[in-house]
Design a protein around this ligand. Structure first.
Ligand code: CUA
Length: 322
C-alpha cells in the first residue's frame, strides 16, 4: 500500500499535463523553481545525514563541548538557514514575473473563459474583427502573450494548463485574469483544478499552441456559420426537433441556446464533453445517448430512446460542422 501511494505522483508524469515539461514561459519558471527547491532540499538532507553520522561517533570518540557547540551552530543552524534563505529569495525574486498580469503588458489576444458545471465557454477577442465563440477547447498562437479573463457561471472552478502556466480560480461575480505565453507548439491538457462536483475530473480541455499563421487561419475559419450548416439534412432537423437548440447554439441555425456549450464548428474540435471523449461520429452518438453515465452530474440529458439511425444522423451533422 505504501509503495502504491509512493508511486501515485508518477501518474502526473504524462507530458501533456505536466508542469515539469514546460511549453510556456510561466511554466518554465515554475519548473525551475521546483527543481531549485528539490536540489536545495537534497543538499540540506545530505548534509544533515553526514552530520548525524559524524555525531554518532562522539560516544566512542568524544569531542570537546565547545567543538560540539560549533558543529550544532554552523551545521544545524547556520547552514540550513543559509540554504532556505537563498531558496526564499529566489522564489520572491521569481514571483513578480509570475504575477497574473503585469501592467505594462499589452496582450494581443484576449480569451474570455466562463466555467460551468462541467464545461468551458470560450470567446476569442482580437483587437480587430468579431469575437469568435467556442467551447471546451483553447487555442493560442506560439510566442504571443495571451490574456485570459476568467469567471464562473455557478461555482468556483480553476483554470490550469500545467504545461503553459497558471493556475487561476474562476469565481462567480468576479473576473480574474491570467496571462500565458506558449513557446512551443503542441497539444496540451487543461484541467479544472478546483473540486466543483461529480464530474470535476471530467472538466478538462485540450490547449493547442499553434504557429501564428495556423492560428489566424483557424480563427478566420471559425467566424460566422460553419459551411456544414448548409448541408443540414436529417441531422439538423432531428437536432432542432429534440430541442437541443434550447441549450446549445449553432451559428447559422435557429439553435440559439446559451445554457450549454456553443456547438458552432463542433466537428473541428478534438474532444467531446470537455475532453471526456475523443471527437468522432461514434463517440458523439454515444455521448448524446448516454451523457448521464459518460459525464455524471452534468446538465446534458441522455437520449437513450433515440434510434441508432437518428443518433448517427445528428452525430454526422455535428461532425460536419467544421
Ligand atoms: Cu470545475 Cu472542478
Amino acid at each position: 500500500v505504501a509503495l502504491s501511494f509512493a508511486c501515485l505522483p508518477l501518474v502526473s508524469c504524462s507530458g501533456i499535463q505536466s508542469a515539469l515539461d514546460p511549453a510556456g514561459e510561466e511554466a518554465g519558471q515554475v519548473a525551475m523553481l521546483f527543481w531549485a527547491m528539490v536540489i536545495g532540499g537534497l543538499v540540506i538532507w545530505a548534509f544533515m545525514v553526514a552530520l548525524s553520522l559524524y555525531a554518532s561517533r562522539w560516544k566512542r570518540h568524544p569531542i570537546s563541548e565547545e567543538a560540539a557547540g560549533r558543529v550544532i551552530l554552523w551545521g544545524g543552524v547556520a547552514f540550513p538557514v543559509t540554504v532556505l534563505t537563498a531558496l526564499l529569495a529566489y522564489a520572491l525574486w521569481l514571483m513578480p514575473s509570475l504575477r497574473p498580469f503585469a501592467d505594462q503588458e499589452q496582450a494581443e489576444l484576449r480569451i474570455e473563459v466562463v466555467g460551468s458545471q462541467f464545461w468551458w465557454h470560450v470567446v476569442y477577442h482580437r483587437p480587430e474583427g468579431p469575437p469568435v465563440v467556442s467551447a471546451n477547447e483553447v487555442r493560442l498562437p506560439v510566442g504571443k502573450r495571451v490574456e485570459f479573463s476568467l469567471t464562473s457561471a455557478d461555482m468556483i472552478h480553476s483554470f490550469w494548463i500545467p504545461a503553459l502556466g497558471g493556475k487561476m480560480d474562476l469565481i462567480p461575480g468576479r473576473t480574474n485574469r491570467i496571462s500565458l505565453l506558449a513557446n512551443r507548439e503542441g497539444t496540451y491538457r487543461g484541467q479544472c483544478a478546483e473540486f466543483c462536483g461529480t464530474s470535476h475530473a471530467l472538466m478538462a480541455f485540450p490547449a493547442i499552441a499553434m504557429a501564428q499563421s495556423d492560428f489566424d487561419a483557424w480563427l478566420d475559419a471559425r467566424i460566422g456559420p460553419s459551411t456544414g450548416v448548409e448541408a443540414g439534412g436529417d441531422g439538423q432537423v432531428l437536432f432542432l426537433g429534440e430541442g437541443c437548440g434550447d441549450c446549445h447554439r449553432v451559428d447559422g441555425t435557429p439553435a440559439q441556446g446559451t445554457s450549454g456549450p456553443d456547438l458552432s464548428h463542433m466537428g473541428s474540435r478534438l474532444t467531446i464533453g470537455a475532453a471526456a471523449l475523443d471527437n468522432d461520429a461514434e463517440m458523439l452518438a454515444r455521448f448524446i445517448a448516454h451523457s448521464a453515465s459518460v459525464k455524471p452530474g452534468s446538465q446534458m440529458p441522455s437520449y437513450p430512446d433515440l434510434s441508432v439511425d437518428d443518433l448517427n444522423a445528428i452525430a454526422a451533422w455535428l461532425k460536419g460542422l467544421q
